[in-house]
Ligand binder design. Structure first.
Ligand code: AP5
Length: 213
């Protein structure tokens, strides 16, 4: 299984990537999670990424390409991988093609999550994330067993810094400008599968599983 999950912020990519990773035992590479973890630890990478992420802008291509290249070359990824939040620009997509050619593999499917903007705002405004393991919850659609506490690791649930309304609007604008062009990049190569992601979490998951096997 070698998957790219494409879609606007809040479309549900992280939620589905996690479920796929658990069900099929395939590693999930989430550039957003890696960058947030680096920020939390205060590493050089985190310090570099912070101002971009807090303002809803993309982190420079060379930074994220380096992160993904290192992960894909790891032996953990021999059985497959799920890319969540990468690529997000044409330059990243072209770099990914070069990396995959170099390690003699290729993309299986690109799943394009389609959700209307009104729903996206609702999903993001109610999202709560675990500050330790980054699992995503929702105050209505995906509640933890105990309010404010992560089911997986017991960590504290918080609202992401970039989930403020004005930053979300900026992220949606950046998505339209920089990432949306990847839809035609992959559909021209017959790799793109449209996922109706407006439905509830389990129905979307069932739909994806029927595509990827
Ligand atoms: P990143 O973390 O990748 O954020 P994103 O793409 O904006 O995606 P989100 O995490 O907001 O949404 P999602 O689609 O994963 O939705 P989720 O499953 O959480 O990136 C953050 C920042 O990092 C970027 O802005 C950028 O600065 C930087 N960055 C990352 N990658 C980069 C790259 N490649 N290049 C440059 N910069 C990069 O779901 C959202 C909510 O809805 C949750 O509460 C969830 O519980 C709920 N939910 C999910 N599915 C459903 C459903 N079907 N029904 C109801 N609720 C649902």
């Amino acid at each position: 299984m070698r998957l790219i999950l494409l879609g606007a912020p809040g479309a549900g990519k992280g939620t589905q990537a996690k479920k796929l990773s658990e069900k099929y035992g395939i590693p999930r590479i989430s550039t957003g999670d890696i960058l947030r973890e680096a920020m939390q630890k205060g590493t050089a990478l985190g310090l570099k990424a912070k101002s971009y992420m807090d303002s809803g802008q993309l982190v420079p291509d060379d930074v994220v390409i380096g992160i993904v290249e290192e992960k894909l070359k790891d032996k953990e990824c021999i059985k497959g991988w799920i890319l969540d939040g990468f690529p997000r620009t044409l330059q990243q997509a072209q770099a990914l093609d070069r990396i995959l050619t170099g390690i003699r593999t290729s993309i299986g499917h690109v799943l394009n999550f389609e959700v209307n903007e009104e729903k996206i705002i609702k999903r993001i405004s109610g999202r709560r994330s675990c500050e330790s393991c980054q699992s995503a919850y929702h105050i209505y659609f995906n509640r933890p067993q105990k309010d404010g506490v992560c089911d997986s690791c017991g960590g504290r649930l918080i609202q992401r810094n970039d989930d403020k309304e004005e930053t979300v609007r900026e992220r949606l604008k950046v998505y339209q400008e920089k990432t949306q062009p990847l839809v035609s990049y992959y559909s021209e190569r017959s790799l793109l599968k449209k996922i109706e992601a407006d439905d509830d979490i389990e129905n979307v998951f069932t739909r994806i599983c029927s595509f990827v096997l």
